[in-house]
Design a protein around this ligand. Sequence first.
Ligand code: 13P
Length: 259
Amino acid sequence: MKTYIIGNWKMNFTVGESSLFLHKLLQKVPSYRDIETVVIPSLIAIQSLSLQTDRRKIKLGCQNFYHQDFGAYTGEVSIAQVRSLVDYAIVGHSERRYIFNESDKDIRAKVAAALRGGLTPILCIGETEAERKDGETADVLRDQLLGGLGDVSAEDISKVIVAYEPVWAISGHGKATVASPLDVKDAFKLIRKILKETYGKETAEETALLFGGSVKSTNAESYLLLDDCSGLLIGGASLIASEFTDIIEIAKRVKDERP
Ligand code: 13P
């Protein structure tokens, strides 16, 4: 399986800044066949970046979309409208769940829409600090995972990426605590177990699990070394070219050194 290094730019950079930043990345980012590098800019920038990027080096994704293809949905953008521009689509990010009140039902419809449109959904799940303190982590992860995957068949599950992003570890909302590799290992174990129960052992092994939450070049290796880790979903550090490219190099080294 490839290692995914994915930068979620969130609501940062103007269109011009996005283009300049991608230009810088394209000069610095090496093209490794076993590392999939993806950047996920603001929707407004994806058309111009899709013309600018070299997809063999850096692929694109979208941060959000509506599950219907076309119609009277003012302000929304559909998979049918972005599918020729991007390869990946984030679904169920905690910022969408908690700031924009997206429900598991919305998220389920989006995962299905992304698959229907031929894009790879990156389904984000993760507990809040309060849920963790109350011992609800396992229940929350199960509910969000099965809630989001409700309409996904065993045939399609290998086309979905699951990202564990504990809300308490995500930067940009005040205080964030860095997750220990052990925290992430436990969550991956649980996610894999639920996938196996739902889709069968072999099929479940094909689903890539990523970690996201305050990942930087200084801690990336500790997560990438986890057996079940197929990559990282990076927010803040993906806005700094040297950090992002350093993380790609670390991922390559970890991959090469893996037995
Ligand atoms: P940070 O890396 O800034 O904590 O963000 C993680 C994230 O939410 C990526 O989707």
